[in-house]
Write a protein that binds this ligand. Structure first.
Ligand SMILES: [Zn+2]
Length: 263
């Protein structure tokens, strides 16, 4: 495993256009439960899956009221980014990050310092609210204030329509322009690093093959095997918060070398 880490470190130093794909695994290390893992939200409460299904959400006001109660206590409001998020943000400050594609909706990359315009949120964000009728969008916390003030299922103030977190639920299409952006970014990568995702959900898992076809080196960091391990140049299964600082860590620099003939 040491060899893989050292190889990836060298590739990171060489790379100019690194693209990441991150999934639930990087956020579980910040205490945000995933859905299907052993401690997953749906594993513990199969009924909770209905809250993430647009058909139930639209049809059943009780599901919506339960959803708003759940959102009041969403772990994203209090979770802190971890060393993995921080290492990616640091890489961006060094000018090596081309794009950061994430399946996560918790906003932890932005909290860690990643530029919002460089984060491609393919499943949307829990920090936003959208009207399912007129498309109005607004910040989540303002709508949660309405819930706390007693509106158990707050309607859109423009059209009276149903409001929902600005995330992609089951039964909802992914935004084609967001997927296009992710695919284009993957095709421009010289190093593609997939972190904390099982790579089993399409179309987004397809970005790995797109990057591979474009000639990028592929690195997979995930606790469990993925269907793309065989095409990867390196596979690392140790914890993300430990691994990313080691493979992305600050380059050794000696400023004296550039201005004083220092050896
Ligand atoms: Zn509306």
């Amino acid at each position: 495993m040491t060899t893989a880490v050292e190889s990836v470190r060298a590739w990171v130093e060489d790379a100019k256009r690194i693209v990441f794909l991150t999934g639930a695994g990087i956020s579980t290390e910040s205490g945000i439960p995933d859905f299907r893992g052993p401690q997953g939200v749906w594993t513990r409460d199969p009924e909770a899956e209905k809250l993430s299904d647009i058909r139930y959400y639209v049809a059943d006001a009780e599901i919506r009221r339960k959803s708003w109660r759940t959102r009041l206590a969403h772990p994203a409001w209090t979770a802190e980014p971890n060393e993995g998020h921080a290492a990616i943000a640091e890489l961006e400050r060094r000018g090596k990050l081309h794009a950061l594609i994430t399946q996560n909706v918790d906003g932890l990359h932005q909290r860690a310092g990643s530029l919002p315009e460089r984060v491609i949120e393919v499943h949307g964000t829990v920090h936003g609210v959208v009207c399912l009728s007129c498309g109005w969008k607004g910040p989540m916390q303002a709508t949660l204030d309405r819930v706390r003030a007693g509106e158990l299922d707050p309607p859109c103030r423009d059209c009276g329509g149903i409001l929902k977190s600005d995330t992609v639920s089951f039964g909802q299409p992914l935004a084609p322009e967001v997927i296009d952006r992710a695919m284009r970014a993957a095709a421009e990568a010289d190093l593609f690093i997939s972190v904390g995702t099982s790579l089993r959900v399409y179309p987004i898992a397809g970005v790995v093959q797109v990057a591979k076809n474009a000639g990028a080196r592929i690195v997979i960091v995930n606790a469990e095997p993925t269907p793309f391990d065989a095409v990867a140049d390196a596979v690392i299964s140790s914890p993300i918060g430990e691994t990313l600082p080691r493979i992305l860590g600050e380059l050794r620099e000696c400023s004296d070398c550039f201005d004083g003939g220092h050896r």
